[in-house]
Design a protein around this ligand. Structure first.
Ligand SMILES: NC(=O)c1ccc[n+]([C@@H]2O[C@H](COP(=O)([O-])OP(=O)(O)OC[C@H]3O[C@@H](n4cnc5c(N)ncnc54)[C@H](O)[C@@H]3O)[C@@H](O)[C@H]2O)c1
Length: 389
């Protein structure tokens, strides 16, 4: 099978990849590799380390690593609020100010230990302090390990939308230990895997075949299966980044399902991945309506998202077509007032009319597609409620 590479599972072995971005970072990958971390850190000179994480992740794993670093270097702990709650201006300001009080210097290094949210806030803090100091990412979630760290985009949310304020800042290295994935909440694990499914839709039909084979509804895996899955999702994103290290042209395709997804995530309390899963389903209907893909391709979206990954909750009832469109208008990819979309011209290939992967769609067509989608979802919901009675 092309596009899939199973590697030998050797606990303690570190594999070195690169993020392939304009400012590339070493991407060190393995299982149970914590004992090798200091060897990597020793390659850099610095005065102090600041270890930033969530309190529960510190208890679970961070403490061991923190203690190892503290035995050799000056290392201070700083907690941030859990998950998305840390991606706000007050947290950004407080964290920057606290680090200054604690003595951060231009020669210090920050460590971001946690999911994608921790990586984003710490990356932004590092990018702002003294106009940019160094940081290391240690992602602990599937999204962090296979998606968010393969991007130098660091951002927090604003009052009207996701990731509105940020900058590009590359970590000095990324340390990926798939051991951490074992305790990640399953909803969050699903959320990470959905981005891998997206990578298949946009650039590799055979990668979708692999995912259909290895996924299960409970998203339960052995250590080795998680290791292989994470590794292959990472490769699926790297293949795209290699073609556009600046993340400005071809790599825009990574936003498939995200114009809808970010708006849904903003309107309802669903994970990023669940929002993107709805977003890809609506995008598939839009592609069908525009004559780009077939009904079979749309069914393919539902099959892998719902029957293989288990993202099968009905669409949130509070979201109407009008609310969704208004939220998309505030999306960070807007040009004027019109939301733009990445679309498929077939499974594994994105639509690129006039050399741009972000496409503006006629508003009436957009409203029709969303109306139909929401109506079908409401019907599905009613039928399943009746069946439960
Ligand atoms: N920069 C980018 O290009 C990019 C790309 C994708 C996502 N993101 C951002 O990443 C965030 C989503 O990342 P996420 O899905 O990791 O969410 P998250 O960071 O909110 O983590 C999800 C939950 O899992 C918990 N968790 C993480 N690792 C754990 C572990 N090993 N064991 C137990 N619990 C664990 C966290 O405490 C949190 O409650 C969003 O803010 C999104 O915008 C950024």
């Amino acid at each position: 099978m092309t596009n899939v590479q199973n590697i030998e599972f050797i606990p303690g072995k570190v594999i070195t990849l690169s993020t392939c971005l304009e400012k590339p970072s070493p991407f060190l990958f393995g299982f149970e590799i914590q004992d090798k971390f200091l060897e990597e850190l020793e390659k850099y000179s610095f005065d102090k380390i600041f270890f930033l994480t969530e309190a529960h992740l510190f208890e679970l794993y961070g403490k061991d690593l923190f203690n190892k670093i503290s035995e050799k270097y000056s290392c201070q702990i700083q907690f941030v609020p859990i998950g998305e709650k840390c991606k706000h201006f007050p947290v950004l300001e407080e964290t920057c100010e606290i680090l200054i009080v604690k003595g951060v210097s231009k020669n210090s290094i920050l460590i971001a230990f946690g999911g994608g949210a921790v990586g984003n806030i710490v990356g932004l803090v590092a990018g702002l302090i003294f106009r940019g100091i160094r940081f290391i990412e240690i992602p602990t979630s599937m999204t962090g390990q296979t998606d968010s760290t393969l991007s130098n985009k660091q951002a927090i949310n604003g009052k009207t939308g996701k990731n509105h304020f940020g900058l590009y800042h590359a970590p000095i290295f990324i340390w990926v230990d798939t051991k951490y994935l074992k305790t990640e909440p399953l909803s969050s694990r699903r959320s990470g895997i959905i981005e891998g499914i997206k990578n298949g839709f946009i650039s590799g039909a055979s990668f979708l075949d692999y995912l259909e084979e290895v996924l299960n509804l409970e998203v339960k895996f052995t250590d080795e299966q998680l290791y292989q899955l994470a590794y292959n999702i990472i490769l699926s994103k790297l293949r795209i980044l290699k073609k556009d290290p600046g993340e400005k042209a071809y790599a825009i395709i990574l936003e498939y399902g995200h114009t809808f997804g970010h708006a849904i995530e903003w309107l309802e309390k669903v994970t990023h991945g669940e929002a993107v899963s709805y977003g890809m389903k609506i995008a598939a209907h839009l592609c069908l309506e525009m004559g780009l893909i077939s009904q079979q391709d749309v069914k393919g979206h539902y099959y892998i998202i719902e029957e293989k990954l288990g993202f099968n909750n009905p669409f949130p009832t509070s979201i109407t077509t009008e609310k969704l469109i208004d939220a998309m208008i505030a999306d960070n990819k807007k040009t004027g007032q019109a939301p733009r979309f990445v679309l498929l011209e077939k499974i594994g290939q994105c639509y690129n009319p006039e050399g741009d992967y972000l496409v503006t769609v006629d508003k009436e067509l957009l409203m029709k597609v969303i109306d139909n989608f929401i109506q079908k979802e409401r019907q599905r919901n009613t039928i399943s409620l009746r069946a439960e009675c």
